[in-house]
Design a binder for this molecule. Structure first.
Ligand code: HSE
Length: 293
């Protein structure tokens, strides 16, 4: 069986640990019941039982009380999602793992149940919601429960990922965050988060420029991304409306309403930040799926 899962960007500025959006950029991962567990087709460092696709697969079997499960052969085919760059590569593996276990053992888990299990493995719901359901999602946790809803995204907006040539671990990017925020900063983020949903839905560039700002995580994380300031200056010159760190980074996500933004930005990036890659991103509205049995 092949599971196809989209890339995703979490946070989108003010929506820390709750907003996510899926992209038409995919990983395809094959799962086959086998005598022994074998993980192949990915970088050597991930070909072991710590691989998140396998960890998620096993978690579902444990949770559903499946005893005497066979091994599983997991083979990475097309891997379009850059690894450890803030584009949801971990969430994609987790979502693939929970979906494959559900199919292999005919567990009949609903998408909502798969979402809860995937969130448990990932630790927060933002990327897994987008990867599983597709589209722009807002998720919330309440103890052991997690819920998510989808919101519209205007096709007037141009989304561009600026991907640096270095990884940034989510653990490191979370470790630099303060554990408490002031009331002022909480109000700053809540108000912008709500307005951002409206800006994305309406394709309102002016509102977006205001609403994509954040005080909870980006001020602390931007210094971990070498080139952040340069990228922001270049993006502003090319007509960006909003720019944020994609997930925990290192990728930067630009949103513009200028049709020529990506072309202009590509030229600027080549000059100012050699080694960085630009991907034009289109929202994925389908979410993860079993692409072949
Ligand atoms: N919301 C998460 C973070 C996404 O920003 O740390 C990364 O997994």
């Amino acid at each position: 069986m092949i599971v196809r899962v989209p890339a995703s960007s979490a946070n989108l500025g003010p929506g820390f640990d709750s907003f996510g959006i899926a992209w038409q950029l995919y990983d395809e991962i094959g799962f086959q019941i086998a005598e022994e567990t074998v993980i192949s087709g990915c970088e050597e460092r991930f070909c072991n039982e710590q691989n998140l696709a396998f960890a998620a697969y096993r978690r579902v079997l444990e949770r559903c009380g499946v005893r005497d499960a066979s091994g599983v052969a997991i083979r990475f085919g097309r891997t379009g999602i850059p690894v450890s760059r803030g584009l949801g590569s971990s969430a994609a593996l987790i979502v693939a793992g929970v979906m494959a276990a559900n199919e292999h053992y005919e567990l009949g888990l609903s998408r909502e149940e798969l979402f809860l299990l995937a969130t448990e493995v990932e630790g927060h719901p933002d990327n897994v919601a987008a990867a599983l359901y597709g589209g722009l999602t807002v998720s919330a946790m309440d103890g052991g429960r997690a819920l998510t809803r989808r919101f519209p995204v205007s096709d007037k907006l141009i989304f561009t990922a600026l991907v640096p040539p270095f990884e940034l671990s989510t653990a490191l990017a979370r470790s630099v965050l303060p554990s408490a925020v002031t009331r002022e900063d909480a109000i700053f983020n809540v108000s912008r988060g709500a307005l951002l949903l409206r800006a994305l839905g309406d394709g309102d560039g002016e509102l977006l420029a205001f609403a994509m700002d954040d005080r909870i995580h980006q001020p602390f994380r931007s210094r971990l991304i070498d080139g952040f300031r340069t990228a922001r200056i270049e993006a502003q010159e090319c007509g960006v409306r909003g720019m944020c760190i994609s997930g925990a980074g290192s990728t930067l996500l630009c949103v513009s309403d200028r049709q020529d933004f990506a072309d202009r930005m590509e030229t600027s990036l080549e000059m100012a930040l050699p080694g960085w890659e630009l991907h034009v991103l289109t929202p994925d509205l389908s979410g993860a799926m079993i692409a072949a049995m």
